[in-house]
Design a protein. Sequence first.
Length: 95
Amino acid sequence: MDHARQDEISELQSRVLEILAAQALCSPADIAPDDTFEMLGIDSLGQAEVIFAIEEAFDVTVPFNANRPQDGGFDLRNVAGVIAGVEALVRARRN
């Protein structure tokens, strides 16, 4: 992977961590890739806020249905899944 691409991914990860940290009321440095929303103290309303913030920050539409979260194709099980999902949405938007 080239250096510019790595910087872009790092920036994306930092922005996602900042969004999550704002909802969890903690520092981005306190968030681990395997942390779940529950571990971060983010409830269902906070989860919706995270999704809206991601959509606004990255100009994407997160395919998430609160009634059937497993059908959305966007992994909200942990921080790593959220970051991977945002990376995929941003890539798809650019293609």
